[in-house]
Write a protein that binds this ligand. Structure first.
Ligand code: PXP
Length: 248
């Protein structure tokens, strides 16, 4: 059954808009951890430190008992930070300075040696490694070759579909990629652009272990509070998930 990992980056975005001390993404993570059904906290320490700061990661590493999933670019400085802090999981993502958010998945097929090296370093530091990729067969095959345990399928194309037909097609591509990744022995996560309105069709796909969702939860929390926003997302995911097979 898919489990929610709450991405707290955009709590930090609001704080950094004023270079202030609030709202504190660490508070958000603690509230999320207290919400039944939340499996993890996700944060992206970007090279330009535009939202999450090193202090957030260090504090969360000491406080959070559920999964702590660090999104990071496969570059020396970020690998060193992951090795020094040792969160539960590292999700390798592409990063470009000018982008508003992560654009597209990691090109694992095009830089297999570099990614394999990054995966090995993170695994040696005790992290479970996931690769954020577009739902394409060549990327899944390449991901398998790197030795990563998991892939996170990029749901941006699904989330940004202009029509219902386009959305159905994107969901079918996600379903095919999911099956292929499972056949390759990879754990499958998914995320990017998921909202209260579009999450159910993805959560309903059998075989997804983790959904990483941030912006939509933080946006809603402004109006209904963080605890309620997180709880409502957990409930939507749980209602959509296919039933677990009964134990004989
Ligand atoms: N997964 C990855 C790899 C991401 O980079 C992001 C954005 O930080 C997310 C999931 C969450 O996306 P959103 O904020 O749109 O829910």
């Amino acid at each position: 059954m898919a489990k929610l990992c709450v991405n707290i980056d955009h709590v930090a975005t609001v704080r950094q808009a004023r270079r202030a001390i609030e709202p504190d993404p660490v508070y958000a993570a603690v509230i999320a951890e207290l919400c039944p059904g939340v499996a993890g906290i996700t944060l992206h320490v970007r090279e330009d430190r535009r939202h999450v700061q090193d202090r957030d990661l260090l504090t969360l590493r000491q406080l959070i008992k559920i999964k702590l999933n660090l999104e990071l670019a496969p570059v020396a400085a970020m690998l060193e930070l992951a090795e020094a802090t040792r969160p539960t999981q590292g999700t390798l993502v592409p990063e470009r300075r000018q982008e508003v958010t992560t654009e597209g998945g990691l090109d694992v097929a095009g830089q297999e040696a570099l990614i394999r090296n990054a995966v090995a370093r993170l695994q040696a530091a005790g992290l479970l490694v996931s690769l954020f990729i577009d739902p394409r067969s060549e990327q899944i095959k390449a991901a398998r070759q790197t030795g990563a345990e998991a892939v996170e399928l990029n749901t941006a194309a699904y989330a940004e579909s202009a029509t219902a037909e386009e959305q159905r097609r994107s969901r079918d591509l996600l379903a095919e990629a999911l099956q292929m990744a499972n056949r390759e022995g990879l754990i499958v996560h998914a995320g990017h652009g998921l909202t209260y309105r579009n999450v159910s069709a993805v959560a309903a796909l059998p075989g997804i272990e983790e959904l990483n969702i941030g912006h939509s939860i933080v946006a809603r929390s402004i109006f209904v509070g963080f605890e309620r926003a997180v709880t409502e997302m957990v409930q939507l995911i749980e209602r959509a998930c296919p039933a677990e097979p009964a134990i004989a």
